[in-house]
Write a protein that binds this ligand. Structure first.
Ligand code: CMP
Length: 139
C-alpha cells in the first residue's frame, strides 16, 4: 500500500441516519476513487482488535460498543497523498472543531459518533486495509 491509499469506515451513527449515499458522494466529489468497499457488522473481538491502539484510553470500551452497535461501510480510497487529503475532507475528530463543509461537520453527532474514520498514517492505512480486505478484494 503506497501513499496513494487510505482506509475509511462509515460508522454506525452515519449508517443509521441514512448518510451512506451522501458521504460516498462527498468522497467521490473530493476526487477519491474507491479501491475496495463492503458493508459489514463487526464482532466485539474485531472491533477490539481494530482499535487496540486505543485500549488504554478511557473511551475504549464505549468506542468498541459503539462500533458494534450496527453495520458499517469499510472502504479503501485512492487519491494522491491520500491520508492527508482524506483527513482534510473529513475534518477534525471532534465535529465541534471540524471546518465548515467537511464530512464530520455535516454528518457527525459528537466526538465518538463522528460519522467516519480515516487512517492517520500510511502505515496504519495499510494495516487497517489488510484487516478488512484480502488482495483479491481491492482494485
Ligand atoms: P476514529 O478516527 O475512528 O479514531 C478513534 C475514535 O475514538 C475516534 O474516531 C472517535 O470515534 C473516538 N474518540 C476519540 N476521542 C474520543 C473521546 N474523547 N471520547 C470518546 N470517543 C473518542
Amino acid at each position: 500500500m503506497s501513499g496513494n491509499h487510505t482506509f475509511t469506515i462509515i460508522k454506525p451513527c452515519a449508517v443509521k441516519s441514512g448518510y451512506i449515499g451522501a458521504i460516498l458522494a462527498d468522497i467521490q466529489k473530493g476526487g477519491f476513487e474507491i479501491s475496495a468497499m463492503k458493508y459489514v457488522q463487526m464482532t466485539q473481538a474485531q472491533a477490539e482488535a481494530f482499535y487496540s491502539v486505543h485500549k488504554e484510553r478511557p473511551f475504549y470500551g464505549e468506542l468498541v460498543q459503539f462500533m458494534i452497535s450496527g453495520p458499517v461501510v469499510v472502504a479503501i480510497l485512492k487519491h494522491g497523498n491520500a491520508v492527508e487529503e482524506y483527513r482534510k475532507l473529513i475534518g477534525a475528530t471532534n465535529p465541534a472543531q471540524a471546518a465548515e463543509g467537511t464530512i464530520r461537520k455535516k454528518y457527525a453527532k459528537g466526538v465518538q459518533e463522528n460519522a467516519v474514520h480515516g487512517s492517520d498514517s500510511d502505515e496504519n492505512a495499510a494495516v487497517e486495509s489488510n484487516f478488512f480486505f484480502s488482495q483479491c478484494e481491492r482494485f
